[in-house]
Design a protein around this ligand. Structure first.
Ligand code: DX5
Ligand code: ZN
Length: 215
């Protein structure tokens, strides 16, 4: 299992210290949640902060944009050196164009679905994305409870991916812990995002290892 801890649950007063242990951990990437107070009812951090995070982080960045019109910020995200640029399906009209622009900017395009958006909308773009992020909580806040219907959704997405012969990874975000992580591994998730379960722990690196061991 690949694991992408979410910085949203980190101690923002000590980001340098947090990233020091993070760089030494077994985490596969760092998940960064950008919120604009419009697409979601919360505001997190923006590019002035992310520039410093990108400088301090030695692992690949997975940038999850919970913002309207994410296509306006392709250059800024590319300049961070991000590996994945994750845009919400619900925030974009011309998905195909935006996904191509993300790839042209040197990043891997990824598309995110809110809990109420069915996976079928991805049928005609599934070969244009390197990853699909299924939200297993309503986006905007860390520390929420996992929505169990996500498990069936992962199964449907797994089918859609294999029917289309797509290489897209399945990433899950929200309410991930050891119990939900085990269930997600069983239905075929590839990447687990975990905020409070990792950063809130006494031994965060140990929790990352435990999640990574799921298969
Ligand atoms: C929520 C964010 C998540 C959040 C997950 O909108 O997209 O990445 O950090 O937090 P936990 O793991 O605490 O549910
Ligand atoms: Zn996220």
């Amino acid at each position: 299992m690949l694991v992408a801890p979410s910085l949203l649950a980190a101690d923002f007063g000590n980001l340098e210290r947090e990233l020091r242990w993070f760089n030494e951990s077994g985490a596969d990437m760092l998940h960064l949640d950008v919120m604009d107070g419009v697409f979601v009812p919360n505001i997190s951090f923006g590019f002035p902060v992310l520039k410093h995070v990108a400088r301090l982080c030695k692992k690949p960045l997975d940038v999850h944009l919970m913002i309207v019109e994410p296509q306006k910020f392709i250059r800024e995200v590319a300049e961070l050196g991000a590996r994945y640029m994750n845009i919400h399906y619900e925030a974009v009209t011309h998905h195909h164009r935006v996904l191509q622009q993300i790839r042209e900017a040197g990043m891997k395009p990824a598309v995110t679905l809110c809990p109420s958006t069915p996976v079928d909308v991805l049928r005609d773009i599934i070969c244009d994305v390197d990853m699909v992020l299924l939200m297993s909580v309503n986006p905007g806040f860390g520390g929420q409870k996992f929505i169990p219907q996500t498990l069936r959704k992962v199964e449907r997405l797994r089918r859609l991916i294999s029917e289309a012969n797509s290489q897209a990874l399945i990433e899950i975000d929200g309410g991930v812990n050891m119990e939900t992580g085990r269930q997600l591994a069983e239905v075929g998730a590839d990447v687990l995002v975990a905020g409070s379960y990792v950063f809130g722990a006494e031994d965060p690196a140990g929790r990352i290892e435990a999640l990574k061991a799921l298969s």
